[in-house]
Write a protein that binds this ligand. Structure first.
Ligand SMILES: [Ca+2]
Length: 333
């Protein structure tokens, strides 16, 4: 780990800790130049293996206000989330699920252009990171999460259920859950003030761009129904079914009935962990006339959606659930 120590007074740059640099392999994603002109170049990103696994190279360079594409950085020691800088590029929404014939249409076909780099969380925001926010801001309204306490599903409104106690054990490396969109935005506002940078929830399109990481197929499943699926994500599995007997799924064992520590499964080709499974992630995109926001990626409590990258259902933004968390975007200016 290398820490940059240039001060704000010296160069108007806040301290940035670069914790890794994604190693390079050409993916061949169409990119845009910095002036917005369409330029096709091969990007360097992700040592993609069977699961798109990237292995960040520790001890990378010092970076400042605008870390390089591929850099993994943190804006403060300990409590700031690690962020990965993604390149500009484009992708086609509504791309067909690789195994479905005919493919289900979850989103209308559309080419989405990301015209400038942005950074996004390497992991979901963790319990430990959220706890730092709670200690600093002391929010009073944290309860009314839906838990399975006292029963075995379905999840019911629980006044005592909260991010501290979602109804199952978590430690500081687990993704925080039982947060509303407003809770996530309050965390982003606190982090922005703390670091002098702009953090926010990703849009639905930014999330999908990050999730796809250049993939045109809409699946993390190399072979539907294959036992290997449990190597790729924490989803509704045999352990879930053992805890919740009415569950439909079963089959393979991913090791966790509820949340798992972030980073327990291989990353995608952008080096992002837990994009699919573990917890669904709030986005800033509103639906249902503004009463709901989309939450993407599925979770430990869902059967892997047919289209895990483009299927992004919307939920009541004010409801706390033990299977929705979030990761943030950090803007690069
Ligand atoms: Ca599981």
């Amino acid at each position: 780990m290398v820490r940059a120590t240039r001060s704000l007074a010296q160069n108007r740059l806040l301290e940035v800790t670069v914790v890794a640099h994604i190693s390079a392999i050409a993916l061949g994603v169409g990119l845009l130049g910095s002036v917005g002109q369409a330029v096709m170049v091969a990007i360097s990103f992700g040592n993609a293996g069977a699961a798109g696994a990237a292995e960040p190279k520790e001890g990378a360079q010092v970076t400042q206000a605008r870390p390089d594409v591929g850099a993994v950085f943190s804006d403060c020691p300990k409590v700031c989330p690690e962020m990965v800088v993604l390149p500009p590029g484009q992708f086609d929404r509504g791309a067909p699920y690789v195994h479905a014939d005919p493919p289900p249409a979850y989103t209308p076909p559309e080419t989405v252009v990301i015209d400038k780099p942005f950074a996004i969380g390497r992991y979901d925001v963790t319990v430990g990171q959220y706890e730092a926010f709670v200690r600093a801001t002391r929010p009073t309204d944290i309860g009314n999460c839906r838990t399975d306490r006292g029963t075995v599903g379905p999840f019911r409104l629980d006044p005592q259920g909260s991010w501290r106690d979602p109804g199952f054990p978590q430690d500081e490396r687990h993704p925080v859950v039982c947060v509303t969109v407003a809770d996530a935005k309050a965390y982003a506002a606190w982090l922005s003030k703390k670091t002098g940078r702009r953090y926010r929830l990703p849009t639905q399109k930014e999330w999908e761009y990050a999730a796809r990481a250049g993939a045109t197929e809409d699946s993390i499943d190399p072979s539907p129904g294959d036992e290997s699926l449990c190597r790729y994500a924490n989803i509704q599995d045999a352990r879930y079914k053992a805890k919740y007997p009415g569950a439909l799924a079963g089959g393979c064992d991913d090791g966790h009935a509820n949340t798992s520590p972030v980073g327990s499964y291989p990353p995608n080709r952008f080096g992002l962990y837990d994009i699919v499974g573990n917890v669904a992630q709030w986005t800033d995109t509103e639906e249902h006339g503004g009463t709901g926001n989309t939450a993407a990626g599925g979770s430990w409590s869902t059967i892997l959606p047919v289209n895990p990258l483009s299927a992004q259902p919307a939920y009541d933004r004010n409801m706390r659930r033990p299977w929705i968390g979030f990761r943030l975007v950090r803007e690069l200016r």
